[in-house]
Design a protein. Structure first.
Length: 576
């Protein structure tokens, strides 16, 4: 079939008239811009206006149809009107107009395309049909009479003819039966526009609108009847588009699945089950995209979305891993806390207590490692607060035991120092060290693990202290003896030398002293100086008594030598 010839009308005048009439009838569309042009024999009117969309676009379509008829368009001419908002590439509604033929009073089928669907206008009842259904005028004779025998046959023939006429009218009124097939052209344009939108969509909603637009093209092609001369072309194009429609199904299904996955991960933190659900949905969406051939009409969009979905899957998997790790740390901390509590209660020495403290530290570390972005965070913090008394108790006990351990070490070192002092006969230093060591040991608690060791050392050190104190007393006594002897032996002249130990006091008269005494005695005797002789005797007896007194105080025997000859001995008398 040949395409309809272009209508012989003034496009500029029609454009101005349409813009003027639309501004007057639809002030809500102002400002608007109308543009008329011819495309493949079809008169196209594009109307652009500011938002919002026109609530009842069919009113504008009817006005355009009326103006097209009044402009002198030839019968059978086809017009197409688009409505779109400024700044948008795609129209939100369009309408196909066919100028009626004088031989037909029924309006041709019109298709309205809005955002959601395409609706076909109802057919008007033909005048010929109405004429065929007019009532038969009544008979002049009002008297009842039997109907003629031919009347049923005539009524049946009239009904059959009317049915044939209406059926013929329906068959001829279907798309692409008379005067060309603009539906195929429009279907191609819709499909192409939808695919262009799909590969560079401004938003996810644009994909849905583009899919609906592609479905409109399919419905247009399916509406072409089998008796149309364009049936084969429509079916070939339909087969191609149905293959593309399966790709659309996978694409829209993938995007719908992705939207569900995005909704699942709203308002984190999320439990592992939610992350796993989102992970499965993203994997499904990716698999659906991968099922589309890289050479399909959606290749560009598929590759872009694959990268986006795989990144989102990676984020979800990170969230799932974090949540699982947080749960594992929480569970492990609880189990470890049970073991630490038992070890703490049953610890019998410092090493076991330190092991219990180490386990509590690991419990605390695991609970503190649970991130705030996980659902386990609040539970981990509550659990940690519940463990704090036990953690504090084991730390305090370990501090006490460390102090006791250090005290034991200090006491043992003081004991070593005391022994060294004793070996040097420094009994005062030894006594001080023993007393300090015992004082340190007495501070160790009886509940300490080191209490048995402290008690054993205290007992040993107490004995050592007693011995050191006795030795100190002896040393002090000997020192006093030496002081007394030094005073006795050293007067105007050196009388004697001495040695003192724990067994005996030995005094050695100096030769000078012995000589002077003997000389003085011999001189006094030769001169018969009794007084001097008495003084010498009192001096000698006084010296002896002084030595004996020192021996008695020290409790040590006394031996006095003149040279190598013993001139005096004395055994100490108890109680003096």
């Amino acid at each position: 079939m040949q395409k309809t010839a272009p209508p012989a009308i003034d496009l500029v005048a029609l454009e101005q008239l349409c813009q003027q009439q639309l501004q007057e009838r639809f002030p809500q569309m102002v400002p608007l811009q109308a543009r008329c042009y011819l495309r493949e024999g079809t008169l196209v009117l594009t109307i652009e206006h500011h938002p919002p969309v026109l609530a009842y676009p069919h009113q504008a379509f009817r006005l355009f149809e009326q103006l097209l008829k009044e402009s002198g368009a030839t019968a059978g001419a086809t017009g197409l009107i688009y409505l779109r908002m400024q700044g948008q590439q795609q129209p939100y509604a369009f309408h196909i107009v066919k100028v009626k033929s004088p031989t037909h009073s029924a309006e041709d089928t019109s298709e309205l395309a809005a955002e959601d669907e395409i609706a076909l206008d109802d057919f008007e009842e033909l005048p010929e049909a109405r004429a065929g259904l007019r009532e038969t005028p009544p008979e002049a004779d009002s008297q009842p009479s039997d109907p003629p025998a031919w009347l049923p046959i005539a009524m049946w023939g009239t009904g059959f003819g009317l049915s044939v006429f209406l059926l013929s009218l329906y068959l001829l009124s279907r798309p692409c039966v008379l005067r060309g097939c603009p539906e195929i052209t429009f279907a191609r344009q819709l499909a192409q526009q939808s695919l262009e939108t799909a590969n560079s969509p401004p938003s996810g909603q644009a994909i849905i609108v583009a899919r609906q637009q592609f479905d409109r093209s399919l419905r247009m092609l399916r509406s072409i009847p089998s008796w149309s001369g364009y049936r084969n072309e429509a079916q070939a194009l339909l087969a191609e588009y149905e293959q593309t429609a399966r790709g659309w199904d996978s694409l829209v299904s993938a995007m719908t699945t992705a939207a569900r996955a995005g909704n699942v991960t709203q308002n984190p933190p999320l439990p592992p089950a939610r992350w796993e659900e989102a992970q499965q949905l993203w994997q499904e969406a990716i698999a659906q995209l991968q099922s589309l051939s890289g050479e399909s009409e959606f290749g560009e969009l598929v590759q872009r979305k694959l990268g986006e979905y795989q990144r989102n899957l990676g984020i979800v998997e990170q969230g799932l891993a974090l949540e699982r790790e947080a749960r594992e740390n929480l569970s492990a901390a609880k189990e470890m806390a049970k073991t630490a509590e038992v070890r703490q209660q049953l610890a019998t020495d410092f090493e076991q207590l330190r092991l219990a403290e180490t386990m509590w530290e690991q419990v605390s570390s695991r609970l503190q490692s649970v991130p705030k972005t996980s659902t386990a965070y609040t539970e981990a913090q509550d659990t940690l607060r519940g463990y704090l008394p036990q953690i504090s108790a084991v730390r305090d006990r370990r501090t006490q035991e460390n102090a006791a351990k250090d005290d034991i070490a200090k006491a043992e070192q003081l004991g070593k120092n005391a022994k060294a002092s004793e070996n040097a006969n420094q009994w005062s230093a030894a006594v001080i060290s023993w007393r300090e060591a015992i004082s340190i040991l007495n501070k160790i608690s009886e509940q300490s693990f080191f209490a048995p060791r402290a008690k054993a050392l205290t007992k040993t050190y107490s004995t050592e202290l007693s011995q050191a104190e006795a030795a100190l007393q002896t040393a002090m006594k000997l020192q006093q003896i030496r002081t007394d002897l030094a005073q006795l032996c050293t007067q105007n002249t050196k009388i004697c030398n001495f040695t003192v130990d724990q067994k005996v006091i030995q005094v050695y008269l100096t030769p000078t002293y012995v000589y002077r005494v003997r000389t003085s005695a011999a001189t006094a005797q030769s001169k018969r100086d009794a007084k001097t002789q008495v003084q010498l005797l009192e001096h000698v007896y006084g010296f002896e008594r002084a030595l004996n007194a020192i021996s008695d105080r020290a409790g040590l025997p006394l031996v006095v030598y003149n040279g190598s000859t013993v001139v005096q001995t004395h055994q100490p008398v108890a109680g003096r």
